[in-house]
Design a protein around this ligand. Structure first.
Ligand code: TXA
Ligand code: MG
Length: 360
């Protein structure tokens, strides 16, 4: 496996020159991990069935879990979707408003796609990432790129090249290191139904943002905030985003969260083993918090934009706390009814297997 650093380079001609070798690898059936604005993706040529199958092997991903196809420009849609079917007018509005960006649209799949990209599904997920490295790589490869998150199946998605390497070293041809991903949680996956638009996975483009562009009501899939509900999207039935440590989330009134966390820490023993706790919370909360934790197991994120900061750092912190030997990660949650809160709380519900409590 080779690793190429392009962090800090933003100009397309320069990036395309630097990315020639990984792009050629993609064209020849290789696997290349690359940064997007959401998380790192594990890319393969979406038109090459053998290459796409290698993604499932490298990630140990269940074969029925469909992949998102990434494009660099609108003309590439031609290779991805079924052009015989008229494009939904709201899909066009959403592309105009949010591409490039963290919105995946489910559209009728074209015949040229490798079948394993959308196993048993008439629709394919498509998005145009808002990251100069991702776009330069896809443009230079000259083919649409199928890319799930670049983690081993079930683990938190990687938001740094080091976290990709920890999961996939020796299994893929290239890692392109473009620095840390700015959004930190995966794209919104949206299904356009006849009378509504359904968010199968909340992400960087929020319900409010979608509702501002289209007239259909924008709903969440039933399983978005309920770990016990039946999964809607194929693939969402699998264990997701989970570190080795147990994750516990409280949200609501800060004083009540403080009290609940202290009561929890007082128990000290979890499942018969001594607890090694870690904490993720806003910096002002951590300053007041009546419990001292080891510095390696404590993240105080800026309170002024806490939901965005939590999204950006969550996966990296969950991985770092595992390495620091944490058995239990206590997370100060956010209101899922606002902005990025929906995406963060959805991932926390899955990582915490339902151990999410509102306190007020
Ligand atoms: O931000 C992202 O979307 C990242 C970056 C790399 O672009 N990719 C990503 O891919 O998160 P992945 O494979 O980890 O998650 C894609 C999810 C699948 O688990 C599935 O639930 C849903 O999107 N999905 C994809 N294609 C679908 C389809 N045809 N029908 C229904 N759901 C689909
Ligand atoms: Mg994933």
């Amino acid at each position: 496996m080779r690793r190429l650093t392009v962090a800090g380079v933003r100009l397309e001609p320069q990036l395309r020159e630097m990315l020639k070798e990984p792009a050629q690898s993609l064209r020849r059936g290789g696997l290349v991990a690359f940064p997007t604005e959401t998380v790192y993706g594990l890319g393969a040529n979406a038109l090459d069935e053998e290459a796409v199958r290698r993604i499932f092997a490298a990630k140990e991903r269940p074969r029925d879990n469909p992949l998102i196809v990434h494009i660099a420009h609108e003309e590439q849609l031609r290779d991805v979707i079924d052009e015989a079917q008229p494009l939904d007018a709201d899909a066009v509005r959403l592309m105009r408003a949010f591409w490039p960006g963290p919105l995946t649209l489910l559209l009728p799949a074209g015949a040229a796609l490798a079948p394993s990209v959308h196993p048993g599904q008439p629709l394919v997920g498509v998005r145009m990432p808002d990251h100069p490295v991702a776009r330069a790589l896809i443009a230079e490869a000259g083919v649409p790129i199928a890319a799930p998150s670049a983690n081993r199946s079930g683990r938190p998605s990687p938001t740094t090249a080091d976290d990709v390497e920890a999961d996939l070293a020796g299994r893929i041809e290239w890692i392109v290191d473009g620095g840390a991903c700015p959004v930190g949680v995966e794209s919104t996956v949206l299904l356009l139904e006849p009378d509504s638009a359904r968010i199968l996975r909340p992400g960087g483009v929020t319900q409010e943002m979608i509702a501002s562009v289209i007239d259909r009501p924008v709903l969440y899939a039933a399983d978005a905030f309920d770990a016990a509900a039946a999964p809607v999207a194929p693939g969402m039935k699998y264990r997701h985003y989970a570190p080795n440590a147990r994750v516990h989330v409280w949200w609501g009134d800060p004083a009540a969260i403080d009290e609940a966390m202290r009561a929890f820490l007082l128990e000290e023993v979890q499942d018969g083993e001594p607890m090694v706790p870690a904490l993720i919370a806003p910096d002002d909360f951590v300053r007041r918090f009546g419990w001292a934790l080891s510095e390696h197991r404590q993240a105080a994120l800026p309170a002024s934009a806490y939901a965005e900061e939590l999204a950006r750092h969550l996966y990296r912190l969950l991985r770092a706390f595992d390495r620091a030997g944490a058995t239990d990660v206590l997370v100060h949650g956010v209101d899922p009814a606002h902005g990025l809160g929906a995406a963060v709380m959805n991932r926390l519900h899955k990582a915490a297997s339902g151990r999410v409590r509102w306190v007020g």
